[in-house]
Design a protein around this ligand. Sequence first.
Ligand code: UDX
Ligand code: UDX
Ligand code: ADP
Length: 464
Amino acid sequence: MKVKNICCIGAGYVGGPTMAIIAQKSPEITVTVVDINEKRIAAWNDPDVEQIPIYEPGLSEVVAEARGRNLFFSTDVDAAIDAADMIFISVNTPTKTYGMGKGMAADLKYIELCARQIARVAKNDKIIVEKSTLPVRTAEALKRILDNTGNGVNFQILSNPEFLAEGTAVTDLHKPDRVLIGGDLDSEKGREAIQALVDVYAHWVTPDNILTTNVWSSELSKLTANAFLAQRVSSINAMSELCEVTEADVQEVAKAIGMDSRIGPKFLKASVGFGGSCFQKDILNLVYIAKSFGLNEVADYWEQVILMNDHQKRRFAAKIVKTLFNTVSGKKIALLGWAFKKDTNDTRESAAIYVADYLLNEQAEIVVYDPKVTQEQILADLDYLGTRSEEENRKLITVVNTAEAACAEAHAVAVMTEWDEFKTLDWEAIYTHMLKPAFLFDGRRLLDKEALTDLGFEFYAIGS
Ligand code: UDX
Ligand code: UDX
Ligand code: ADP
């Protein structure tokens, strides 16, 4: 079977870029991305392609090429489901904030709503592709809903987790390390469905890089990959604290161990803590699944990765307070960067949110500059924590449009996100306009310690 019409439910950080690339590379397939969020769809359709709702290097060019040709964005979910022979589910699966599994399990209500809607609308056979990261065996629940509430048509369920990282989504999608497709390898129809999806990716991915497995291995591989990656960050961050009390330097240690081909050099950058929508959520989910099978040692093992990360964020904020003579009350502290990493406007679980919250509890005045994050988002992130009233947050936080404005008259500056532009700021001028002693805290190991110390800064970097 050849896929001619694809629908993707969910126009977010995963669905949007993935579908844009599929459409770009497969001109004969019509791709419709739908979302219930009208504002988001309107932004994807904005005539000015720079206004699309997600900032990713290279993405607006891809959208400009395919949009209106074979890539469409719409709020008419039913129509897109009806027309499609393959449906990707890319809706959000946040950590539950209520009831059983609160704070750990993935909330599958959006997925279930999708399944029920597909079952109600579908009048012919369809292939359903899980794109969102889901707990192991979600496909089974999906299948039961589809088969029991549908119109008697056949649904094949595939798991096709997305491994793109934000900030590099376009290059990751163009040249994936691997594409993973899980399906029912034991049945003819299952193998046909797998092949149909393999054929979509074969437009631009070499066959050797397309892996097929059973559904459960595919679902679990996604959680495992994120858990391993996060574990590397927590491991190097644990060493960063040890480096600070010995005379070791975490960058030198990372380089030395990374040259061991069994360890490898990537993902060993000490930082103020990992953020992003995936790592914490997926590990909590893994922990919850392990516990639900009674595997307490497995659960405890992975939970340490999160505990270490929480500790790293707290310890960075505490370091600021301690260095500023044990009080930041009424002091202006500039945070450079709010996004959870560079080259994205995404702030979900960003370390900056937690560091700011800690400093606000110490009555600091926080000024934030981030090249891509809006004031509205920054305030929403803090309000979401619920630590203090919305009025208080607005009183204590200021968001400005340049790094220089953020740092002027500040007691301390903290680099929270590794934006390239922070490397080339006029640090001499910034120093001149700060209060003295001028404290600079580098949470990303981005800046040149020697040069900044020479300018007069009291400089602290994670891990040395
Ligand atoms: C180790 C380090 O590899 C080496 O760099 C250091 O100098 C000394 O310690 P060694 O203990 O000789 O070397 O063997 P190694 O190959 O690392 O294996 C250690 C143990 O881990 C073995 O019991 C091995 O069976 C086990 N192992 C290793 C696994 O169970 N799975 C693996 O994937 C790799
Ligand atoms: C991650 C996975 O990389 C991706 O494969 C999966 O599909 C989704 O989750 P993402 O969260 O977008 O992607 O970004 P990633 O580059 O993995 O960074 C996650 C966090 O870890 C960021 O806050 C980043 O700053 C931090 N990090 C990463 C470090 O602190 N040190 C490192 O060495 C690497
Ligand atoms: P991700 O990072 O996983 O892509 P996002 O939150 O960026 O997560 O995107 C998920 C999108 O899915 C949101 O824009 C949300 O509005 C959309 N969504 C959630 N449930 C449904 C649904 N039942 N039908 C259509 N869209 C949905």
